[in-house]
Ligand binder design. Structure first.
Ligand SMILES: NC(=O)c1ccc[n+]([C@@H]2O[C@H](COP(=O)([O-])OP(=O)(O)OC[C@H]3O[C@@H](n4cnc5c(N)ncnc54)[C@H](O)[C@@H]3O)[C@@H](O)[C@H]2O)c1
Length: 353
């Protein structure tokens, strides 16, 4: 059996400082016989030299396009728009199985080139539990930004930081306005993170999960000052906030932090906005009267790149060390299913593993 050749790519998004494998875990991979190529990347929180020092080969940013056919390309977020045909196996978060905007185009690139997407969101154990996820830190930051917004301490552009520094800002200070907060999806990873950030901020939020939204009390939801949405929607449910609620003069809700960021998906529980917000401009006013501000940043954990990458890499490592394992077979199967659902007879979904 030939050794796995992993190719850790540079992330194209300039604010993406995380990586799915940190140098300490790169050492474990190399020590276990994995061939590891790491692309140079100006913004990655761990410099290329740290990977080189543990035995990885360094390659230029974006050179994965000409990597050997058997290399498995590893990243986190979106690929660049080129090349049009993807010939390799790629591990990353494709956000392409819920008919998101651009999903079919991405799947088409894979089927055109004979490559395959092994989507990290669908890398699960035998019980269907995600093996590696950024949820906790996404929730932590989603709630933290909402708190800072409420306390007039949110400054733009957002910059990556460390947890200790963030927690100093989050802590309550004399003169801070009192507010009520609701975390929906409170029992999940990001829900836990959101509740932890609120605790640091000295705020005790209401926590709702499936049981509390089954028969949605939208009035009670709109009676909170702050909403942090952390649900992982798998089937359509009635929206938590509807466009008509924006004009409701009795609405108390004034800050929504949407960690889920399912904008554009039929599963979106917050169909009141049409695009995410950015680090440069993290808060968008959706309506003036009564005011409602939106925070919808889809790469929240990258604001704490070191902590979030270290946790994620620790959880992903066992799966990378067992690349013949069943979780990867399931990932490939899910890719094929998505291709046949979304592309249908248009193209045969190939994909090797
Ligand atoms: N914005 C970002 O940067 C970022 C980063 C990571 C994850 N995410 C997203 O955050 C979401 C949550 O991820 P997670 O890891 O916390 O998932 P998770 O599966 O750990 O938790 C989701 C929780 O939502 C609950 N839930 C599902 N539907 C619900 C409903 N209708 N009402 C109430 N609760 C409901 C579930 O019971 C579960 O407790 C995902 O959509 C994920 O893609 C966003």
């Amino acid at each position: 059996m030939t050794a796995l050749h992993l190719w850790l790519r540079h992330e194209v998004r300039s604010t993406e400082r995380r990586t799915p494998v940190v140098p300490d875990d790169a050492r474990r991979l190399v020590g276990s016989g994995v061939r590891l190529t790491v692309e140079d990347s100006p913004q990655r929180v761990f410099p290329a030299e740290e990977y080189e020092a543990v035995g990885a080969r360094i390659a230029p940013a974006g050179s994965w396009v000409s990597a050997p056919d058997d290399a498995v390309i590893l990243g986190l977020k979106e690929l660049p728009d080129e090349p049009p045909r993807l010939t390799h196996r790629h591990i990353f978060f494709g956000h392409a199985y819920k008919r998101q905007p651009g999903a079919a185009d991405l799947l088409r690139r894979f089927t055109a080139g004979g490559g395959a997407l092994l989507d990290l969101e669908y890398l699960v154990d035998d019980q269907g539990r995600r093996l590696a996820a950024f949820g906790y830190w996404a929730g932590y930051l989603g709630a933290a930004l909402a708190v800072l917004q409420e306390r007039d301490r949110l400054t733009a552009p957002l910059r990556p930081t460390g947890k200790d520094e963030l927690d100093v800002l989050l802590g309550p200070a004399p003169g801070d306005r009192e507010f009520t907060a609701l975390v929906v999806g409170a029992l999940g990873r990001s829900g836990r993170g959101a509740r932890a950030a609120f605790a640091t901020a000295g705020v005790e939020p209401t926590g709702w999960d499936l049981a509390e939204t089954r028969d949605l009390d939208r009035r009670a939801l709109l009676d909170h000052d702050v909403l942090v949405n952390c649900v992982l929607a798998t089937t359509p449910v009635p929206p938590f906030v509807r466009p008509t609620d924006l004009a409701d003069p009795a609405r108390r809700l004034r800050t929504v932090s949407d960690v889920t960021c399912d904008v554009g998906s039929p599963l979106n529980v917050l169909p009141v906005y049409d695009r995410t917000t950015e680090w440069t401009d993290p808060v968008r006013r959706l309506t003036e009267e009564p005011p409602l501000d939106l925070i919808a940043i889809d790469n929240l954990p990258s604001l704490l790149p070191r902590e979030s990458a270290t946790d994620f890499s620790r959880d992903l490592l066992p799966a990378l060390l067992d690349f013949d394992g069943a979780p990867w077979d399931r990932c490939l199967e899910r890719f094929r299913q998505a291709c046949s659902e979304q592309l249908g007879a248009e193209e045969g979904a190939s994909g090797r593993v």
